[in-house]
Design a protein around this ligand. Sequence first.
Ligand code: NAP
Length: 284
Amino acid sequence: MIVVTGATGKLGRYAVAGLLEKVPASEIVAAVRTPEKAADLAALGVGVREADYDRPETLVSAFQGADKVLLISGNDLGADRVAQHQAAIDAAKDAGVALLAYTSELRADTSPLKLAAAHKETEQNIQNSGLPFVFLRNGWYFENQTMMLGPAIQHGAILGAAGEGRFASAAIADYAAAAVAVLTQSGQENKIYELAGDAPYTMAEMATEVTKQAGKPVAYNNLSPQEYQNALVGFGLPAFMAEYLVDAEVCAAQGELDDSSHTLHTLIGRPTGTLAEAVAAALK
Ligand SMILES: NC(=O)c1ccc[n+]([C@@H]2O[C@H](COP(=O)([O-])OP(=O)(O)OC[C@H]3O[C@@H](n4cnc5c(N)ncnc54)[C@H](OP(=O)(O)O)[C@@H]3O)[C@@H](O)[C@H]2O)c1
């Protein structure tokens, strides 16, 4: 049995959909914070169990009988994600799972991104647990950037602080396909995958692509970190969230979100989705 946490999130939904193409629905469990949100998955025959990272007892019962668990990292940057993930590690240990796959971040062990700190610690905790593991170290999502294209096109500008830094982004669906690959192939124990898109690009190149597809000029406006922080807070983002994003941009300017390994391509057995496809999907 394969248990997927965070299965009502974007990555989780793609992962369950991908698993359904390879294993019977009765072998899949969507372990979710809010079971009502997974009614559509239950209708497909997928098991639905409550699993809240803040309520360890739910994780223990959700993981019972699991051979493999895909632990999708929590999305609440204001929470103690290390403690949340530790509860899931403990529950996986309790259930005696044969493989714990964890969605981490690109080069989490050495990355200077503030976002990487919780992933690095979680990876260490998983390794200390003695459980067989796989680290899916996901690079940047295209969707982080394409979700902002509406206002960008309206104002003719994409804002950022990444300078000429390259983003080796991939679509969430491609990262999910990687998770499905490791969950359905043998011999994955203790592997670490650095996952990223095939064709890194700068934000200026993204602006050029958006201009082409939107039929309207959109420039990349590179701001100082402080200016970008002010802009994000001005858009209504909480200051601590803005700090994470600004930090990621500053790190990207230094090449920290770039990658040329093509490991994601190899793992999913096809080229990763392109920037043009990501922009087209967002403008649909
Ligand atoms: N690499 C990147 O560029 C990037 C970008 C964004 C996020 N991420 C990370 O990747 C993860 C997956 O991405 P995504 O796009 O699928 O995120 P998402 O759509 O926000 O989904 C996150 C999932 O985590 C679940 N969750 C949050 N808190 C929980 C809790 N206390 N107990 C149980 N489940 C909880 C949510 O449950 P509900 O459905 O109930 O809300 C949701 O299903 C994120 O959570 C984040 O850690 C990476």
